[in-house]
Design a protein. Structure first.
Length: 233
C-alpha cells in the first residue's frame, strides 16, 4: 500500500518537492512565484542603502560563555566602530554575538532569519530584521548587500555560505568578496585540503583561493576585510 504524501515541513521542501509523489503540494506555481517575488521585494526595499556591510557567519550553537562568542562580539563592535553595518543570519550563538557587538559599536545590526522546522527566532540585538521562507532568496540578500565575509567556526550552513561566495567569485557571477577565516586551527584542515586536492589536481585556479585570508583579532579582521575589498577593486 502506497503511503499518502506527507505535508512539507517548510516552504523550501514544498517548492523543491513539487511533483514528488511523497510530498504534498500545498501551493500552485503561481503562488510560489508570488511568495518568491514578495521576499525579494521585501529584501530589496528593507536593505536598500545598507553599505558598507560585512556578513558574519558562524555556529548558532555557540554558547554565550564560549570564547568564540566573546570574540564575535568584539569583531562586531570593531566593524560598528569602523562605520560598517553587520549582517548575520539573525539567530543565536555567533550570529547573536556579532549583532550584539555591532549595536555596541554604533553600527547597524542586521539579521536575515530563516523559517526552519525547528523555530529559530531573531536574536534581540538585531536592529533591522527580515524573516525569509526560502533559503535561496535569503542567500541573495547576503551576497548583494555584503562587501566582505567573516567566517567563524560553524557547521553546514557556514560551509554552504562559504562555498557559495567562493563559487560566485570564481564564475564571475559576482565580484570577488574577501573571505576572512577566524580560527586557523578550525579551518586549516579544510584550506589545506583545497590547496592539495582542488588546486593540486587542477580543479581550481590559484586565483580562486586568493580571496581567503586568516585573522584572529578584531582589528586584524577589519583590516583584512578592507584590504580584500581594495585588492578586488
Amino acid at each position: 500500500m502506497t503511503a499518502p504524501p506527507r505535508p512539507p515541513s517548510s516552504p523550501d521542501q514544498e517548492i523543491i518537492g513539487a511533483g514528488d509523489p511523497h510530498v504534498l503540494e500545498t501551493r500552485t506555481d503561481a503562488e510560489r512565484l508570488a511568495m518568491v517575488a514578495a521576499e525579494l521585494r521585501t529584501g530589496f526595499e528593507t536593505l536598500a542603502g545598507t553599505a558598507p556591510a560585512v556578513c558574519v557567519f558562524g555556529s548558532a550553537r555557540t554558547s554565550p560563555d564560549h570564547p568564540e562568542y566573546d570574540l564575535a562580539r568584539r569583531v562586531g563592535r570593531a566593524f560598528g566602530e569602523a562605520g560598517w553595518s553587520v549582517i548575520t543570519g539573525g539567530g543565536p550563538g555567533t550570529m547573536e554575538a556579532a549583532n550584539r557587538g555591532a549595536r555596541e559599536g554604533g553600527g547597524l545590526s542586521i539579521g536575515l532569519n530563516i523559517e526552519l522546522p525547528h523555530e529559530q527566532a531573531l536574536n534581540r540585538y538585531v536592529d533591522v530584521g527580515i524573516r525569509f521562507h526560502y533559503f535561496f532568496t535569503r542567500k541573495l540578500m547576503f551576497v548583494r548587500y555584503s562587501r566582505a565575509f567573516v567566517l567563524f567556526p560553524g557547521g553546514f550552513g557556514t560551509l554552504d555560505e562559504m562555498f557559495e561566495v567562493l563559487t560566485l567569485g570564481q564564475t564571475d557571477k559576482a565580484t570577488d568578496f574577501p573571505v576572512v577565516m577566524v580560527g586557523r586551527e578550525y579551518w586549516q584542515g579544510l584550506t589545506d585540503w583545497m590547496q592539495e586536492r582542488l588546486l593540486g589536481e587542477g580543479r581550481i585556479d590559484p586565483a580562486d583561493l586568493r580571496v581567503i585570508s586568516y585573522a584572529e583579532e578584531p582589528e586584524e579582521i577589519v583590516a583584512a576585510a578592507r584590504a580584500g575589498i581594495v585588492e578586488a577593486g
